[in-house]
Design a protein around this ligand. Structure first.
Ligand code: SAM
Length: 220
């Protein structure tokens, strides 16, 4: 099965299931203009995040890894009127572009982009007693084990945690890999295996973003 057929099927699903959306197109176009890497989630994946958050009825969402705000817009749209999304980004340029995209999407009143190393900014939520119903982990995979610990510390009971890029073209099963991003995800998986406070599964994804996958978890 070729990558080409994955892309064709992804396009087919997008055409059938995701109405044309000039706001999201604008975000991707702006990202291109500012040379932001095209490592955002795909439209079908963005809609998966939106649906999971909506099905959960999430009021408070945390995203670790904003990039240009493409997934942030999807998540923000799942929120009820009194809901809030906090999204963490280390690169000030990414954060600035994301703020513009989020404003263009009319979501600024519900989204706060927080600039800094996520491990430095995550303690803010503990200090302010802010907890979450839905957490999307999508930043530097090297820190995934720490992000999982923070996600558990900041989750409400029943919270959903989604983590992206857990397959990476199958490298996840390479026990001798030198790629520290893959090692980060492997350590994250080891933590999940031994962590009694969370139940999880993984789905492999193919499509416009290649062969990868998500871990989807629920905090008990
Ligand atoms: N969630 C985004 C989307 O789908 O549109 C994609 C996020 S991209 C894969 C990862 C982002 O995490 C990049 O913008 C990168 O600058 C940011 N990042 C990397 N290391 C980080 C860190 N230590 N703290 C916060 N953000 C970080």
């Amino acid at each position: 099965i070729s990558k080409n057929i994955w892309e064709q099927v992804d396009e087919y699903f997008i055409e059938k299931l995701i109405p044309t959306d000039s706001t999201l197109d604008h975000a991707l176009q702006t990202n291109k203009e500012y040379a932001i890497p095209e490592i955002d989630v795909s439209p079908t994946q963005g809609k998966l995040l939106y649906l999971l958050a909506k099905i959960k009825g999430a009021k408070n969402i945390l995203e670790i890894g904003t990039l240009g705000g493409y997934s942030s817009i999807w998540l923000a749209r799942s929120l009820p009127e009194n809901g809030k999304l906090y999204t963490l980004e280390v690169d000030p340029e990414h954060a600035e572009v994301a703020r513009c995209n989020i404003q263009y999407a009319n979501c600024s009143n519900q989204v706060e982009v927080i600039v800094g190393e996520a491990l430095d900014t995550l303690p803010i939520f503990k200090e302010k007693s802010i907890s979450f119903d839905f957490i999307f982990i999508d930043a530097d995979k090297q820190n995934n084990p720490q992000y999982l610990k923070w996600a558990l510390a900041l989750s409400n009971s029943g919270a959903v945690i989604v983590s992206d890029n857990v397959v990476r073209d199958g490298h996840i099963v390479d026990s001798s890999t030198n790629d520290d991003r893959v090692v980060g995800v492997q350590k994250f998986m080891d933590l999940l295996k031994q962590e009694p406070r969370i139940e999880s599964t993984a789905i492999q994804t193919v499509g416009s973003k290649g062969y990868d996958g998500f871990v989807i978890s629920r905090v008990k």
